[in-house]
Design a protein. Structure first.
Length: 487
């Protein structure tokens, strides 16, 4: 299963698209399906992409190159405010499962899946079309995996600590302004300040800092959870961070720093997680902010707000989307393929040493772990080997199909886990894997299967998959049937 994620992130526009796409990446990654990120981004954006499979590419200006990279994808996810409709039209034709993240009904999307995990998404006027699948509302809110499973923490009776967090760049320079407001009006409050990797206003933040201020520089998601959980209140911009704060049940005052954040904040206002509509352009922002803060002094108010946030964001959105896309890719077959990865070594070793697998192999001796590891490591780096593993939609291992490319032809090998033998999987796996081989290797004109004459089960399965008798061949003084599938 090949998954491609296309998004953008710059210090002057923010990194919210990257962080929410990261959650989708992680939802596939925990299933050992490793997507590829294609990010139109700057140097600081790489900080969010650590430990992922990513490429920095200006895909807006190099669309032909991007389309070539993603053309074989089972799933393509696009999260952009910049891509034009023609770009989405082309993506829709490249994959059976195009996913378009949208916040504002930005364009008339082509056939595909529209994902909007915003609090107000279900109230938006998305078109009802047979060629569109809508995944709307907080059941599908994508947040990073560190926020998936969290512990509900009781709120303090009195507010003591405030978190000031304006994303990766603080485009409207609000952090020092809010710091000064708290220093003037709540001098005893401890202030925890998040400085994003794209901040350009650090001099002003240092100037506004007092003895009650703690600064944190681009914390990891796990570090951020600890910081958030130690706070009684958060002052935040209106982007992706709101969803993470709601997940933790942190009472929040949000300030819209861009017009496209206003509908999102209005949705949270309607749900009563937010108590006031605030924007950075309001001339009386400090006064309005103080009114909200005085209201939040009541623990009963904060308890109610905290409960609403936790109820609406349960942390499962990214995994629900991944599960839906896995099921869609599997279709009526009930399984999906993915490329083998390094951590599959033990799984393949156990299958290869299965008694029946060894009995039907050319080499029937048990395999030593050290020999297997050398072989497996070599296959991972071998461009002339296609090693596919098949799983049910609940990630139960079905078996493996391997193709050894020999120039103009390939040799195929298949083994099934003992729990899936005799259940009708062989024919389908052989047929679909062979199609993938032909698709991935255009120079391969035919595929050969070498089968022991007594293995009637395999002969029948390959025959049902379209393979026909080709010849008999002796290997190690034993005769094998050779079946052939032409392109």
């Amino acid at each position: 299963m090949k998954v491609s994620i296309i998004t953008e992130g710059y210090h002057n526009t923010g990194y919210g698209h990257i962080t929410r796409c990261l959650s989708l990446y992680q939802a596939f990654e925990i299933r050992n399906i490793i997507p590829t990120f294609y990010v139109n981004g700057d140097e600081p954006s790489k900080e969010f992409l650590k430990d992922t499979n990513f490429q920095i590419i200006n895909w807006l200006e190099n669309q032909t190159e991007l389309f070539h990279k993603v053309k074989d994808s089972d799933v393509i996810i696009v999260d952009s405010y910049k891509a034009e409709k023609e770009f989405y039209d082309h993506i829709s034709m490249l994959t059976p499962s195009p996913v378009f993240l949208d916040d504002t009904l930005r364009i008339n999307y082509p056939s595909g899946i529209i994902l909007n995990g915003g609090i107000n998404a279900e109230a938006m006027n998305y078109p009802k079309r047979d060629d569109l699948i809508l995944a709307l509302g907080t059941r599908f809110t994508p947040i990073r995996k560190e926020f998936w499973e969290v512990i509900d923490k009781p709120l303090r009776v009195e507010m003591q600590t405030v978190l000031i967090i304006f994303g990766g760049q603080d485009v409207q320079n609000l952090t020092p302004r809010i710091m000064k407001i708290f220093s003037r009006n709540f001098p005893n409050f401890k202030k925890k300040i998040i400085i994003g990797s794209g901040f350009t206003n650090q001099d002003q933040i240092y100037e506004a800092k007092d003895d009650s201020t703690e600064l944190y520089y681009a914390p990891s998601a796990q570090e951020l959870i600890k910081i958030m959980s130690d706070c009684d209140l958060a002052i935040s911009a209106g982007g992706q961070t709101i969803n993470e704060l709601a997940r933790l049940g942190i009472p929040t005052v949000a300030i819209a720093v861009a017009d496209n954040q206003i509908p999102h904040l209005n949705g949270w206002l309607k749900e009563k997680f937010l108590l006031a509509e605030l924007t950075y352009t309001q001339p009386n922002l400090e006064h309005r902010l103080l009114l909200v803060l005085n209201h939040l002094k009541k623990k009963s108010v904060r308890d109610a707000v905290s409960k609403i946030g936790r109820q609406r964001i349960d942390g499962g959105g990214a995994r629900r989307i991944a599960q839906f896309l896995v099921e869609k890719t599997a279709g009526k077959n009930g399984y999906y393929f993915r490329n083998v990865i390094a951590k599959d070594a033990s799984m393949i070793f156990n299958l290869s040493n299965d008694r029946l697998v060894r009995a039907n192999s050319i080499n029937q001796e048990s395999i030593k772990w050290s020999d297997h590891l050398d072989w497996f490591t070599g296959k991972l780096m071998d461009d002339d080997c296609i090693l596919l593993v098949a799983f049910t939609t609940s990630d139960k291992f079905i078996g493996q199909v391997r193709f050894e490319i020999k120039g103009y032809y390939a040799e195929v090998n298949i083994s099934l886990d003992k729990d899936f033998r005799g259940k009708g999987y062989s024919k389908s796996l052989i047929f679909n894997a062979s199609y993938k081989c032909f698709h991935l290797k255009p120079n391969v004109g035919h595929i050969l299967a070498y089968i022991r004459p007594q293995n009637s089960f395999s002969i029948k399965a390959f025959s049902k998959a379209g393979y026909v008798p080709f010849q008999k061949e002796k290997i190690n003084d034993e005769e094998y049937f050779v079946l052939k599938l032409k392109r």
